[in-house]
Design a protein around this ligand. Structure first.
Ligand code: 4AD
Ligand code: MG
Length: 462
C-alpha cells in the first residue's frame, strides 16, 4: 500500500505532500466544525494528529472513528500549530477498516493497572507502555545479534526438546505423546518411555549451554539465543516458566575473560537502548520511573565491582540487617542479599565469583581449594542476578568425578564427556536472562510485563 508509517511522517514527512496513514485511533475530540484524531500505528510511541474539517466530512462518516478503531486516512501533511508535533494530517479521505464498539473496548483513555492489562494480553500491545516495551524488546534482540556478529561469534541453534538436563535443578517440563490414561509400564511398574515418540524421556530445555559448549569446542566463539523453560513453582516478579536466554560460549576464555565479556556486553546493550530507543525510554522515564535513564547511564559509565562469594558473605554477615534467609558460608544467595550488595553496599553492578561447589552446577571448573568453583554471577540494581556463568571444567577426570559425586547417569552425558576426551580446551560462558535485561532497561517491575505472553504458574491462557 502507499501508506507511510507514522514514525516516518513525523520525523521526515515533507510538508505539503499528499500522504496516507493507517493505524488505531487513540482519542478523538473536537466540535461540530472540526475533529482531531490521535492516530497510532505502533511504529513510534508518538501519535500523529489527523484533522477532519467537518465541512468536508459528515457526522455519519466519523461515527466509526472511536477509540480503538482502525482507520485509513489520506490528506495533506501540514505544519502542526498546536499538537506538540512537527506535522499533522489535514484529512481529505477516511475509511474505517475495523470498528471498535466504544462501550465494550477494554482500553479506555484513563490509565489501566498492569494487572488488568495482563488479563488482556491480546490487546495490551496497543497501549503506550507495551508498545514501548515491545519496541525496546525488539531493539535489544537485534543488538544482541549485532554485538556477537560484529565480534565474529556464530549463532548456534540449540534444541528446545532435549534428553539432557543442563542445570541439574530438576525443574523440567516433560514432552510426551503417551496416552496418559493408559501409560505403558515396564515390568517393575515404571512408565516405559521406550514406548514414547523419542524412545526416551524428553523434556523442554532449561538451557542451551551444553550444546553451545559443543559449538565453542569447534567454532571457538558461539552463542545461543532461544526460549528456555523451567517448571520451578516460583511466583515472583523475576521468574517466568518460559523465558529467553542468551548464552555465549568461548573456547580459550578463562573466568576473567568471561567477566570482561559479560560487562562489555551488558554496557553495549544498554548504550544501544539509550541511543536507539530514546523516545520510548523518555516515555517510560516520565510515566513510571524518573530515575530510569540516569540509572542506565550510570551503569554504562562505571566499572562493575568484582569480588568473591566469600568476601560477599563477610559483607553480608557484617551488615546490620534482618534477613529473611540466613547468611552463612555455603548459603545460596537470595535476591535480598544480592540487592543489598548492589543497591546498599556498592551502589553499582557487582560480579561475584568462586561460589561453593555445592550450590552450583556440575560443569563448573573446580578451584584448587577443593571447595569452590569458578562461577560468576552478575548482579544488577532492582534485579538481582541478571547473568549466571562460569569457566567450565575441561579436565576429563575432574569432570567425571564430579558427575559421579552428583549421581548423574554417565549414559546421559557421554557425549559431553567426550569433548573432554578429544581435544579438550579451556572455555567459559554465561547466560543472560533476556527478560531480566528488559526489566532493567525498561524499568518495569514485573517480568510478566516485558514478554508478550508470560507463562507463569497457573497462567497459560493464550
Ligand atoms: O543462572 P542460570 O540458571 O544459568 C544457566 O542456565 C547457565 N546454563 C548459563 C550459562 O552459563 N550458559 O540462568 C542464567 C540466567 C539467570 O542469571 C537469569 O537472568 C535468567 O537466566 N533466569 C531466568 N529468567 C527468568 N525466569 C527464570 N525462571 C529464570 N531462571 C534463570
Ligand atoms: Mg544462576
Amino acid at each position: 500500500s502507499e501508506r507511510t508509517k507514522v514514525k516516518l511522517l513525523l520525523e521526515s514527512g515533507v510538508v505539503g505532500a499528499e500522504v496516507a496513514a493507517m493505524g488505531w485511533v487513540r482519542t478523538k475530540r473536537g466540535n461540530k466544525n472540526v475533529a482531531f484524531v490521535a492516530l497510532n500505528d505502533g511504529s513510534t510511541i508518538h501519535n500523529i494528529q489527523v484533522v477532519f474539517d467537518m465541512t468536508r466530512f459528515t457526522e455519519e462518516q466519523l461515527k466509526g472513528v472511536t477509540t480503538g478503531a482502525c482507520i485509513a486516512v489520506r490528506g495533506l501533511l501540514v505544519e502542526s500549530p498546536g499538537s506538540g508535533q512537527r506535522v499533522e494530517i489535514q484529512a481529505n479521505y477516511l475509511e474505517v477498516l475495523g470498528e471498535a464498539d466504544a462501550t465494550t473496548y477494554p482500553l479506555q483513555k484513563k490509565g489501566h493497572s498492569m494487572e488488568f492489562l495482563r488479563e488482556i494480553a491480546h490487546l495490551r500491545p496497543r497501549t503506550n507502555t507495551f508498545g514501548a516495551v515491545l519496541r525496546i524488546r525488539h531493539a535489544m534482540a537485534y543488538a544482541i545479534h549485532k554485538y556477537f556478529n560484529d565480534k565474529g561469534f556464530f549463532y548456534i541453534h540449540a534444541p528446545i526438546i532435549t534428553g539432557s538436563d543442563a542445570e541439574g535443578a530438576g525443574a523440567m517440563f516433560r514432552v510426551t505423546t503417551l496416552d496418559l490414561e493408559n501409560l505403558p509400564r515396564t515390568e517393575d511398574g515404571k512408565i516405559d518411555w521406550n514406548e514414547d515418540f523419542f524412545g526416551k524421556e524428553a523434556k523442554l530445555t532449561v538451557s542451551g549451554q551444553l550444546e553451545a559448549e559443543l559449538g565453542a569446542l569447534a567454532l571457538s566463539e558461539v552463542y545461543t539465543f532461544g526460549p528456555t523453560f523451567r517448571a520451578e513453582n516460583s511466583n515472583t516478579p523475576r521468574h517466568l516458566a518460559e523465558f529467553w536466554m542468551i548464552e555465549p560460549e568461548m573456547a580459550f576464555y578463562d573466568i576473567q575473560d568471561n567477566m570482561d565479556l559479560a560487562e562489555d556486553f551488558l554496557k553495549y546493550l544498554i548504550r544501544y537502548a539509550l541511543e536507539n530507543c530514546a523516545d520510548d525510554l523518555e516515555f517510560l522515564n516520565k510515566m513510571y520511573d524518573n530515575e530510569l535513564i540516569d540509572r542506565l547511564k550510570f551503569v554504562i559509565e562505571n566499572p562493575f565491582e568484582r569480588l568473591t562469594y566469600t568476601e560477599a558473605i563477610k559483607i553480608l554477615e557484617a551488615a546490620n540487617q534482618k534477613w529473611e534467609f540466613p547468611v552463612f558460608w555455603g548459603a545460596d544467595l537470595q535476591s535480598e542479599h544480592e540487592r543489598y550488595l548492589v543497591e546498599k553496599h556498592f551502589k553499582k553492578p557487582v560480579i561475584l565469583t568462586n561460589y561453593p561447589k555445592e550450590i552450583k552446577a556440575f560443569y563448573m571448573k573446580q578451584n584448587d581449594d577443593g571447595k569452590t568453583v569458578r562461577a560468576m554471577d552478575v548482579l544488577f540494581p532492582k534485579i538481582g542476578e541478571i547473568i549466571g556463568g562460569s569457566q567450565r571444567e575441561e579436565v576429563y577426570d575432574k569432570l567425571l568425578s564430579r558427575i559421579h559425586e552428583l549421581h548423574i547417569p554417565e549414559k546421559d552425558v557421554w557425549w559431553y564427556l567426550e569433548t573432554r576426551k578429544f581435544g579438550s580446551a579451556p572455555h567459559s560462558g554465561f547466560g543472560l536472562g533476556f527478560e531480566r535485561l528488559l526489566l532493567f532497561v525498561t524499568g518495569m517491575t514485573n517480568i510478566r510485563d516485558v514478554i508478550p505472553f508470560p507463562r507463569t504458574p497457573k497462567n497459560c491462557d493464550f
